[in-house]
Every structure is written in structure tokens, then in C-alpha cells.
Design a protein around this ligand. Structure first.
Ligand SMILES: O=P(O)(O)OC[C@@H](O)[C@@H](O)c1c[nH]c2ccccc12
Length: 389
């Protein structure tokens, strides 16, 4: 049996950014994506109601939470195989392999530490920087955009005022290390300008030093270390390795316990991920709850589920120094089809969104004009795709 999923707008939506959320555009949601819809309280965010109907009747959102897969576990299993084959390849090539040379140089303490990433994203209270992400696909959203040329998007991010660029290099997100290297190289054209090239973050599931060597080899300035994936001992080890390789780490946490682990390990940049990587549910409130527990010397970053300018300003007012945004920017960039070189242009909605995120607006008065407005009428209906039962 197929169930059709629809979202009904019960209030007019005022701007495209307010309906850029995944539920309105996702096709063929799986069972656990549905769970994400209901948890994220679509109705609160957009004034829409999630309804499921089949053959005219309404079906209750009856979701079996036990069938929700642990997405992170699945990814980590694959990651272990990838790392094992990379290590075998390096071992076979011996001391001449570029990664082996890098590992040796790091072990000998020959690599100076760069502060590029932290200097770019650190902001005084009252301002916020954006780490703009290049993300083609995600396990929860499916395909977001093909992004045939990451160079154009990285130009757009630089021109829009992004402080840094995050590049997903994992296969589940259709990302590669070549993407990362291309962005690093292409950003070099901004050398000598103010600000200089955006430093690049390798966004992946790092479980071994060799992946840090790989990131450094391709020109990354920072790597993501996920506490939920590597635990306390793993974090200490990999944080040290990151510094040995001259890089910085964005340490990702999701709850109080993980924050304590990050603090104890001496993390300098800590990101609260509003998305639970085990289930992919997004709850931005996590960021507001945890900011009070950050130590004063750490750079606080809010990650995931940031869709509009009000999210950004509220996070800024709560004390975040930086926000990491992927899907909302990609969708905005892709939706601007005109003019033909829209990626270069300030007509691009992603450009407007980026500028608005970092502008000095106030949550009290709200945005006056951020990007071009695409109004949606009251009672508009969007299809969410079909679910096979
Ligand atoms: O696309 P969003 O909702 O703006 O989220 C971006 C980023 O936070 C997300 O891609 C992310 C955060 N932590 C991760 C760890 C692995 C893969 C992806 C992620």
C-alpha cells in the first residue's frame, strides 16, 4: 500500500527561507525520515501541518521507532573498512607514500600548527560567522543537489562572506577528497585579498590518524571529530594527532555528557550538532540548552538545521560565535536559476541568505528584507512523496 504524504500550510509563508526545510521538498521518505518529520515539529516551524492520507482517508502517523536504524553505526562500519584498505595501501608503498611521509613528519614534531580556521570563525559577542557547507546528499534528505562544479559554489560562499567552508568527503554524502582539494586550490585566488581564502574543514567520520594525514595532504585547515563516534579515549588521541599534523579540530557534541568529554580533552572549538547522528532527528533547542555550559575560552559553533535568518540571529544572541549551514544554503543556491551565471551573482538567494546571517539585524524586529520573497498562499499544499507500507 502506498501512502501519500502531504504538508498543508495553514498560515501564509512569508519567504522562501521559511519553506526551505526538508519536509516540503523531500521525495520518497523512508520510515525513519518520517520520524524526523514528526520530531522536528513541522507545524511549529512553518505553520504547516503534516498529514498523511491514503485513498481519501487520513492515516495517523504511526511510526515504529524501533525500526529506526542507527545511521552512525552503519557509517562507522564502512569507515573501518575504508581505513583498513587505505592503511594496507600505504604499508605496501612504504616510506615513499605521501601519507607515510606526512605521518613520519608529524611523529617527528616537524609540522607547525596553523590557526587559520579558528581565527577565521572566531567572533566577538554580538556577531556570528558562517561555516558554509558543500553537501550533495545526506542519509536523511537524499539528493540535495548534484553540484557538478564545487568551484562555483565555493566562489559564491566566499563572495557571500562565509568565514570558512566545510566539505563533506564521505560517500554517503556523495562527497570526495577531490572536492576538498578543488575547493582549497580554487580559494587560493583570494590570496592577497581581504579576507583571504576561506580555510576548509574536512567533514567526515574520522576514526584514525591516517584520515587526518589525508586531510592535511589535500590542504584542509581543520577536521571534524565527532565525540559520539570516537568516545573519550579516541577524542584525546585524535585531537593530539590533529595538532601534530598542524591542523585544528571542530569537536562535535550532541549532549551534556559529550560536552564534558570535549572540555576535558581540551577541545578549543566545540560544535553542538542539533542533529542526532544516531537517528538524524534535528532539534535546534539543543544548541540553546548547551551554550550555557560552554567554557569561556572555547569557540562555540552551532551545527545543523539552521534554515533562516532568525535561527542564525537567535543563535548569535545566545552566544554562538559561528554557525555551520549546509542544506539551506545549497537549496537557496540551486533555486536561483537566473541570471545564467547566478553562482557568481548577488541575485543568488544563497548570497542573500549568507549576508543576512551575518548582518547586524535584531531578533526583536526581525528581518526587513533578506532575500527575494517568494510568497506562499494560505492553504497551499506540498507533496512530500510516497511511503510504501
Ligand atoms: O545541512 P544542515 O542541516 O545545515 O547541516 C550541516 C552540518 O551541520 C551537517 O552536515 C553535519 C553536522 N555534523 C555532521 C557529521 C557528519 C556529516 C554531516 C554533519
Amino acid at each position: 500500500m502506498f501512502i501519500q504524504l502531504e504538508a498543508f500550510c495553514v498560515q501564509p509563508l512569508t519567504g522562501r527561507e521559511f519553506c526551505a526545510g526538508r519536509p516540503l521538498v523531500c521525495t520518497q521518505p523512508s520510515r525513519w525520515q518520517l520520524q524526523a518529520f514528526s520530531r522536528r515539529q513541522l507545524s511549529v516551524r512553518t505553520g504547516s501541518t503534516l498529514r498523511m492520507s491514503s485513498a481519501g482517508g487520513t492515516v495517523a502517523a504511526d511510526i515504529d521507532y524501533r525500526s529506526v536504524p542507527d545511521v552512525l553505526k552503519e557509517i562507522l562500519r564502512r569507515k573501518q573498512q575504508e581505513v583498513a584498505s587505505l592503511k594496507a595501501e600505504v604499508a605496501q608503498a612504504g616510506a615513499e607514500h605521501p601519507l607515510q611521509r606526512r605521518l613520519d613528519a608529524a611523529a617527528a614534531g616537524q609540522i607547525p600548527k596553523s590557526r587559520q580556521f579558528s581565527s577565521a570563525i572566531r567572533k566577538p559577542k554580538g556577531s556570528i560567522s558562517v561555516i558554509a557547507e558543500i553537501k550533495r546528499r545526506s542519509p536523511s534528505s537524499g539528493l540535495i543537489a548534484e553540484i557538478p562544479d564545487v568551484r562555483q559554489l565555493s566562489d559564491l560562499y566566499y563572495n557571500g562572506g562565509a568565514a570558512a567552508i566545510s566539505v563533506l568527503t564521505d560517500a554517503a554524502f556523495d562527497g570526495t577528497l577531490d572536492d576538498l582539494q578543488t575547493v582549497v586550490k580554487h580559494q587560493q585566488k583570494f590570496r592577497g585579498r581581504y579576507p583571504g581564502p576561506c580555510p576548509v574543514l574536512r567533514k567526515d567520520f574520522i576514526i584514525d590518524e591516517i584520515q587526518i594525514a589525508e586531510a592535511a595532504e589535500r590542504g584542509a585547515a581543520a577536521v571534524l571529530l565527532i565525540v559520539a563516534a570516537i568516545g573519550e579515549a579516541g577524542l584525546r588521541k585524535l585531537l593530539e594527532a590533529t595538532h601534530r599534523h598542524g591542523l585544528e579540530a571542530l569537536v562535535e557534541i550532541h549532549d551534556e555528557e559529550e560536552l564534558e568529554i570535549a572540555k576535558a580533552a581540551g577541545a578549543e572549538i566545540i560544535g553542538t550538532n542539533a542533529r542526532d547522528l544516531r537517528t538524524f532527528n534535528v532539534d535546534l533547542n539543543r544548541c540553546f540548552e548547551l551554550i550555557g555550559r560552554y567554557p569561556p575560552n572555547v569557540i562555540p559553533v552551532a551545527e545543523s538545521g539552521i534554515h533562516d535568518v532568525m535561527d542564525a540571529w537567535r543563535l548569535r544572541d545566545a552566544g554562538y560565535s559561528s554557525i555551520l549551514v549546509g542544506e539551506a544554503l545549497i537549496r537557496a543556491a540551486e533555486s536561483s536559476k537566473l541570471p545564467s551565471n547566478a553562482y557568481q551573482s548577488s541575485f543568488n538567494e544563497a548570497y542573500g541568505l549568507l549576508r543576512a546571517f551575518t548582518s547586524k539585524g535584531s531578533t526583536k524586529f526581525g528581518p526587513i528584507s533578506t532575500t527575494r520573497i517568494f510568497g506562499k498562499g494560505e492553504g497551499a499544499k506540498e507533496s512530500l512523496g510516497y511511503l510504501e507500507m
